[in-house]
Write a protein that binds this ligand. Sequence first.
Ligand SMILES: [Mn+2]
Length: 357
Amino acid sequence: MTIQFSIPTSDLDYCLSQLLDQKPPKILPEEIIQQLCHQLKAQLLEVPNIMALTSPCTLVGDIHGQFHDLLEIFRVGGSPPDTNYLFLGDYVDRGYYSVETISLLIALKLRYPERVFLIRGNHESRTITTNYGFYTEVLNKYNGSLKVWQYITDLFDYIPLGATIDGKIFATHGGLSPSCQLLDQIRAIDRFKEVPHDGIMADLVWSDPDPEIADFKLSPRGAGYLFGYDVMRKFNHDNDLQQLVRAHQLCNEGFVSYWQGMCLTIWSAPNYCYRCGNRASVLEISHSSYEARKNNSQGVLPGQYCNVFEASPENDEDTFQGRGVNGINPDNLHSSKDSFSAYFDGRARTQQVEYFL
Ligand SMILES: [Mn+2]
């Protein structure tokens, strides 16, 4: 017999207040994180690989441990449970608050299970988080103990891979796969594992659209594919979809629309890594009825609005204190093994989107 335990609402509210009402936010004790992860895993075990959601819903792109900017999203877009949220992955790494960010999202998901939805990004992985900040941040914030990293990376294996909204929009972290023509193929995957190196599951979290090509092409990231207009159009047609909404690429204006809104990228980490100077956005979807499919000035579909925002001013004070907590020191690029950080200095600011890991 399985004994079902359930964390009382009052305990979840206490966890939320530790993170939301304290300045700086208070990290949750190891045993609490263990319980939260245990409970959420039990819940996610019942959730299909592709969740069937309905509008109204607000979609959020990469956050990457920028906790204060996540709070800014709630100020700009409304707080759960007043606003329904679908988060598109990449909650951890790069920023200085991966622990607080993922803890808050887990607690919100448990507190408002029908209002908050999470899908998996390529950073929700043991190998990636070992190298890009989350692992080192846990070591530093929990006095050398890795338990929290273990609990949370185990939880990552349970997070769904995508969602549909009103049956018309497919949302996933990265994009399409040459091994996948139908959503049913994604539904049939055993997702309860580390993100593999290749195959449909890897491509969903790693791929990117490319407006210059028609078909698939190997990705310069070393994982996933670039996909072009022809495959995007065929995928939407064959699955009776109107649009792919995804995240995964830094957009200098917070979002980028390709192919008359057929593929929309949402990026939600403003001033990425506290130095890129980019804007961010969330996508607010009020409905998905497209009798007259007319694009608006943002290049998105009817019923959609990209709510653009700038970095939270609270980053300025806390960024200084946070420096080095995740082992990535932006002032020390030359001794850093992290070549992506080094690239920040020489980046061309005219590019619309970029392939940061
Ligand atoms: Mn990503």
